[in-house]
Write a protein that binds this ligand. Structure first.
Ligand code: HAX
Length: 444
């Protein structure tokens, strides 16, 4: 693969074939049923209802995430790295998710180069962020920054001029590449404004997407750059039903452009039951340490604090999952990183102790379906080790990574011509009538 235009052409070819296949599937099998919907599912977050197509990754309750069929371990084995035997480059994962084929090292470098060239952020975007009070949460600043960028949308411009359905994916792709390229600059601006006296750092054109992002944040330790490569890879996608992916898809289904769709998804990522859990984990551990007046609590002390958290009706952040029923492989990947680079870090060791203590406690409570840690249980401790201790910023890092998955998915939504999303809702009154055996024509 020589240049980005070729990547776009290749995507067009792959997607066109897939779209024809999908048309045939709908024509031949469209009336076949996948599962049934229960009343509990209607009230409890549609858990377990298969109701979406998302091509870029798939979640298995036992084995965790696979990206186009590749587990995280396999990504580590097969994706190009920045340095020999290093962590995978997220550029390679983006290529894999978009094209459904593994990139060569030069394929991943082409993406790096193009993201570098497209990374200019107009000053008015920074001015818009700077107009917000400094106390504003970094995720709010981030979404405001993305919304300010929206005036750059090629999809929106072209739609206003009038374009046919066949052209949708091309402009979605262009916006996707521009937006992903610009996000590290927006995020780094927020970080440096809020936490580093508004002193900003120029990009380094010799670095890859992750390394340059880390550099603009102000972190030039090579192992931190490796952490960013791993972090931005493993947080990228988690199939289509999670709040951030689903929201991006939903808003995109109204033909809202990629900027609008992604911003909407990131408002969902900013919820404490979703991506914000990464800051909550660190906050919760700090609060525990404060209360116990210890920087290294024992397992017994941690167990008591967990019980207290539950008695107060709060969740233990970083534990549980709507789909997974095992330790999240993204947790394990971070644990392996920590064992390699920072095995003696005190805070990381608390995270590992919590991992021993929490699952048995949550299991005994009966109602929690998955007592195991998710991705957010570990990520903050790694960032803390390198001095990135402004934990309110952690979800912004997650958001930058999540762009890769939700936006490559949006390219697929447009290429496959997926419809505007509009599930049917009902009222409790209607359900009560139906339970009494009264005639309810709506779903017959
Ligand atoms: N601590 C305490 N209670 C928990 C819990 C936890 N970690 N996880 C689940 N529960 C509770 C639920 O609140 C629910 O209680 P109610 O019946 O009183 O409402 C009950 O156990 C059953 O929940 P579930 O079916 O096991 O889990 P859900 O699919 O409803 O929710 C969540 C999944 C991830 C939201 C949940 O496990 C949770 O709140 N975890 C803590 C927050 C967290 O770590 N979020 C990040 C998840 C991963 C992610 O999206 N990252 O971005």
């Amino acid at each position: 693969m020589e240049n980005l235009e070729q990547i776009k052409t290749l995507f067009g070819d792959v997607a066109e074939k897939a779209a024809l296949e999908v048309k045939d599937i709908i024509k031949e099998h469209g009336s076949k049923k996948i599962g049934e919907v229960t009343i509990a599912q209607i009230y409890q977050g549609m858990r377990g209802i298969t109701g979406l197509v998302s091509e870029t990754s798939l979640l298995d309750a036992q084995h965790g995430i696979s990206f186009r069929g590749y587990s995280i371990d396999q990504l580590k084995e097969h994706l190009p790295t920045f340095k020999p035997n290093g962590e995978p480059k997220p550029e390679g994962l983006f290529y894999l998710m978009l094209l459904n084929q593994l990139p060569t090292s030069s394929d991943a470098s082409i993406i790096t180069n193009h993201w570098q060239r497209r990374s200019h952020v107009p000053n008015y975007v920074f001015d818009t962020i700077d107009a917000l009070p400094i106390k504003t949460h970094p995720m709010t600043m981030f979404v405001v920054g993305v919304m300010a960028l929206q005036s750059e949308s090629k999809f929106a411009l072209q739609y206003s001029k009038g374009m046919g359905k066949k052209e949708y994916w091309g402009y979605t792709y262009d916006d996707t590449m521009d937006l992903i390229a610009r996000l590290p600059r927006v995020a780094a601006h927020i970080y440096r404004r809020k936490y580093k006296n508004d002193v900003h750092i120029q990009p380094d054109g010799l670095l890859d997407w992750s390394g340059n992002f880390a550099h603009m944040l102000g972190y030039d330790d090579e192992s931190f750059h490796e952490l960013m490569r791993l972090y931005l890879t493993i947080h990228a996608d988690h199939e289509g039903g999670n709040v951030s992916a689903h929201t991006t898809h939903l808003v995109g289904s109204a033909l809202s452009d990629p900027y609008l769709s992604y911003a909407a998804g990131m408002n969902g990522l900013a919820g404490p039951l979703h991506g914000l859990a990464n800051q909550e984990v660190v906050k919760w551990i700090f609060e525990m340490n404060d209360e116990l007046k210890s920087e290294n609590p024992t397992k017994e002390q941690i167990a008591k604090y967990v019980e207290k958290t539950l008695e107060e009706g709060k969740v233990v952040p970083g534990y549980g999952h709507a789909v997974l029923r095992k330790t999240d492989p993204r947790f394990t990947a971070q644990m392996e990183f920590a064992k390699k680079y920072l095995p003696n870090d005190t805070f990381v060791n608390i995270v590992w102790k919590i991992y021993e203590v929490v699952p048995p406690i949550l299991s005994t409570k009966g109602k929690i379906k998955n007592p195991w840690p998710n991705v957010d249980a570990h990520s903050g401790s790694l960032l803390l080790h390198y001095g990135l201790n402004e934990f309110e910023f952690y979800t912004v890092l997650f958001a930058v990574s999540r762009a890769l998955g939700v936006l490559s998915s949006l390219c697929w939504d447009r290429a496959l011509g997926l419809s505007i999303e509009r599930p049917k809702s009902v009222t409790t009154n209607l359900i009560k009538k139906w339970l009494k055996g009264e005639e309810v024509s709506i779903w017959d």
